[in-house]
Design a protein around this ligand. Structure first.
Ligand SMILES: C[S@@+](CC[C@H](N)C(=O)[O-])C[C@H]1O[C@@H](n2cnc3c(N)ncnc32)[C@H](O)[C@@H]1O
Length: 318
């Protein structure tokens, strides 16, 4: 039976706590609510008209959906990456070692110490920003470490930041030393990192396939876009940039709705263990995905981290 053409319109206004609220008006029932709309030709609404409308028709004919996508539906290309305040971000997030980072570092250290032994590897850290602990975690088992970063300011920071790295990173190295003997045996990390690290200014969306034998990506795929399909593509690209068998560690901010770096707002996709597992599973072997619970609320909208560990399988990039 041919269906009548449906009409849907969405209106966004600022709700309580200045959070955006999206109102959908439709001639069809809304799939989530079953509420049907009977409004036609209401494509332009002032806020006052909208309130009157809400009062008059109430839930009979519309669904009011607080929509985080409205706040964060900024694509990767839309965000001001070149104005990312690198030093502010480094001081704010890594000025001291937080319990969550400590927990993640310990797990990653133990994982690489058991899974990345035997030979030196070509390693990559995607979206390094101003975080050197993923690179430090790979240092004892790496022949080279590529720091794949997109933002001009972070690239500048990295070029100086690793040569040699500052004392800020000593507690992070100490956490790695506590995690496994491999780190305790490793001599002169401050001299070795600059010798083997190279900074590439490039996007996660331009990663070549199957090139690296070891990889990390920390707080990138979900924290560079508000669009879920871009989060999925970035996660998949990271994994498929690795060779079959390559161990990896990937960390994600859980349930993030965006964040500030100084006074600039950056987008995020709210993910949990479920989305991370769903995107990684087709390309990973021996995958573990866990919630590292929140300690201190020092990052915006903090709900802990999701940590994924595993190794790349043989399935090709789609
Ligand atoms: C939330 S920060 C995470 C930085 C760092 N990895 C950490 O653990 O704190 C997101 C990083 O992704 C970088 N980024 C943004 N878009 C990117 C892209 N298309 N490709 C690669 N990196 C990107 C940003 O410049 C920033 O360094």
């Amino acid at each position: 039976m041919p269906r009548a053409m449906s009409h849907t319109v969405s209106v966004v206004f600022e709700g309580r706590n200045r959070s955006p609220v999206k109102i959908l008006l439709s001639t069809d029932p809304f799939p989530d609510t079953g509420v049907s709309g009977r409004l036609m030709g209401t494509y332009q609404l002032s806020l006052i008209a909208l309130i009157q409308l809400l009062r008059s028709v109430r839930s009979r004919s519309m669904a009011v959906i607080p929509d985080q996508k409205v706040a964060t539906a900024v694509s990767n290309a839309d965000a001001p990456w070149d104005e990312f305040d690198s030093q502010w971000y480094a001081d704010h997030n890594y000025g001291e070692i937080h319990p969550d980072d400590h927990a993640v570092i310990s797990r990653v250290g133990r994982f690489f110490a058991t899974r990345a032994i035997g030979r030196k590897r070509h390693a990559i850290d995607v979206g390094s920003g101003t975080n050197l602990y993923p690179a430090l975690a790979m240092l004892p088992v790496a022949e080279s470490i590529t720091l794949w970063e997109y933002s001009a300011s972070n690239v500048r920071w990295l070029e100086h930041g690793v040569r040699p790295y500052g004392q800020l990173w000593d507690p992070f190295w100490e956490a790695l030393r506590e995690s496994a003997p491999m780190y305790r045996r490793f001599q002169r990390p401050r001299a070795v990192l600059p010798a083997i690290a190279k900074v590439e200014k490039a996007s996660v969306f331009a990663l070549p396939e199957g090139l690296w034998d070891l990889g990390t990506m920390f707080f990138v795929a979900e924290s560079i876009t508000g669009i879920p399909t871009e989060f999925e593509l970035a996660t998949r690209n990271f994994l498929t940039s690795l060779r079959p068998g390559a161990p990896f560690a990937a960390a994600f901010i859980r349930n993030s709705r965006g964040y500030h770096v100084r006074d600039l707002r950056f987008p995020a996709v709210a993910v949990t263990e479920y989305e991370v597992r769903r995107v990684l599973r087709p390309y990973a072997d021996e995958l573990t995905v866990e919630h590292v619970a929140p300690g201190q609320a020092f990052r915006d909208g903090w709900d802990g981290m999701v940590l994924a560990l595993g190794s790349r399988n043989r399935r090709p990039r789609p």
